[in-house]
Design a protein around this ligand. Structure first.
Ligand code: NAP
Length: 439
């Protein structure tokens, strides 16, 4: 019997468990740990609440979770309740699938002013992550600046721009819906330090901006390169750029019909966040792109704003005893191997890039490596206690483990209390989640 511990119950964690099942069938036992009492990580707390079809992938993870040789061990924080070396003593292999839940820092003056948020916090707020549920952003100003031109910037912009009716069918949490209702925003500026040919936004997500009830995208035609140059782009990016071209062609009269303007500000690099007690604006330097890099021109200007959301990427959380690559913001690893018997997968391995599906081959590849290390005798010859040993440790420490069966009760309770037009109303406080398992 092989015993595998996976830390993190998001996509990378469940794909790794699925791969372990495929590789070893009944010969493996997999425990998937999560610090929260609820599973699915990024699917629950990262994917936008109005993208329910993407969240549907959790049904696939549930099939894995319900099999006899995989179990969910929720409400246990590895590195605090139990250490990684302790897990290594109990399991043949420990796989860190902890994602990248922290914001990369801008390192700008004024970054810590109230009203400036990283996307992990802001997305966590509208998705009801317990760590960020209390954010309560002030939307009384008329301008928000969203920094970054990736898909997270699009998610944040869309959520800020939608009407209550447009959230029908979504699982946006009630506290966010209530605050968004009070919004006085008239303008959302999306700031990119490079140009239209360097955006990280994918076509489907970018196209959604043209279907918003009360907002319209605005692109300055002068920012767009000659149309012929689009031919050299890879097809996905070419399609995204064609959306930008259609935004640039929107007639001026159209903006009068929509109260919110979503303005793309290209070639604009943030220099300082301005304000005394809270954010009042952002100072930006005009750039030009040379050999693919943004180079400052020395021209600066200020955008007054009452809300700034930095969507510039994420980093992995450190875990005591695990080597960390400071520069890359993830665990130090060689294609998923950290130390003998210790591995990482998904964003914790490669950084925050790719789609949810990218994590599937990643999960299969780490299991292949574990198989190779077993064959090479690097992981010893079995005989570890696995879940029985963990259960003893958990009992000795008085850990209140939440099982998958408990989660199904929490889930049923979230569905029961949902608004009429929503699939669920999430619990946003850990104690409430735990109480909900009592039914
Ligand atoms: P991302 O795609 O890497 O985009 C980050 C953006 O931030 C880039 O435009 C980058 O510009 C900019 N940036 C980075 N550092 C900056 C700085 N110091 N100053 C100004 N701008 C800076 O990251 P993301 O949007 O967080 O997305 C993470 C991953 O999740 C991506 O793979 C994304 O596709 C995926 N995702 C997918 C979906 C979906 O499919 N619906 C939704 C959300 C997220 P440069 O290019 O100039 O560095």
């Amino acid at each position: 019997m092989r015993h595998i511990a996976i830390i993190g119950s998001g996509p990378a964690g469940y794909y790794t468990a699925e791969a372990a099942q495929k590789q070893w069938g009944d010969e493996v036992r997999v425990d998937i740990f999560d610090m929260l009492p609820v599973p699915y990580g990024l699917i629950r707390s990262g994917v936008a609440p109005d993208h329910q079809s993407i969240k549907g992938v959790s049904r696939r993870y549930e099939a894995t979770a319900l099999s006899d040789n995989v179990r969910f061990v929720g409400n246990v924080m590895i590195g605090k309740d139990v250490s990684v070396p302790e897990l290594q003593g109990l399991y043949d292999a420990v796989v860190l699938a902890t994602g990248a839940p922290h914001d990369r820092k801008m390192d700008l003056p004024g970054e810590n002013l109230p009203g400036v948020y990283g996307s992990a916090a802001f997305v966590g707020w509208y998705n009801g992550h317990p760590m960020f549920a209390g954010l309560d952003p002030d939307l009384s100003g008329d301008t928000a600046v969203v920094i970054g031109m990736g898909n997270v910037a699009l998610d944040v912009t869309r959520i800020l721009a939608k009407t209550r009716e447009e959230f029908a069918g979504s699982d946006i949490v009630a506290h966010a819906l209530d605050v968004l209702q009070t919004s006085k925003l008239r303008k959302i500026v999306i700031l990119g330090r490079r140009g239209p040919h360097q955006i990280m936004m994918t076509p489907k997500e970018l196209g959604e901006l043209s279907h918003l009830t009360r907002a319209a995208p605005r692109v300055d035609p002068l920012d767009l390169p000659e149309e012929g140059e689009d031919a050299f782009l890879e097809p996905g990016l070419r399609k995204s750029v064609s959306h930008l071209r259609s935004f640039a062609a929107i007639p001026e009269s159209h903006y009068g019909d929509t109260p919110i303007e979503v303005e793309f500000d290209f070639f604009a690099s943030p220099k300082a966040i301005l304000g005394t007690d809270k954010v009042e604006g952002i100072e930006v330097e005009r750039t030009k792109v040379e050999a693919g890099r943004a180079v400052g021109t020395g021209d600066t200007y200020t955008i007054p704003a009452g809300l700034i959301v930095c969507c510039i990427g994420y980093q992995t959380s450190r875990i005591p005893d695990v080597p960390f690559d400071e520069r890359a913001g993830r665990f130090a690893n060689d294609e998923g191997r950290i130390l003998p018997g210790l591995y990482c997968v998904g964003w914790a391995r490669r950084g925050p890039s790719g789609t949810i599906g990218t994590n599937r081959p990643d999960g299969f590849s780490v299991i292949e490596k574990i198989g190779e290390d077993i064959a090479a005798g690097i992981l010893g010859h079995g005989g570890k206690q696995g879940r029985a040993g963990f259960d003893e440790l958990a009992a000795a420490r008085g850990l209140d483990v939440v099982t998958f069966r408990d989660w199904k009760k929490i889930e049923a309770e979230e569905e029961r209390r949902a608004r009429d037009d929503a699939p669920r109303e999430k619990f946003v406080v850990v104690d409430e989640m735990i109480r909900a398992r009592e039914g």
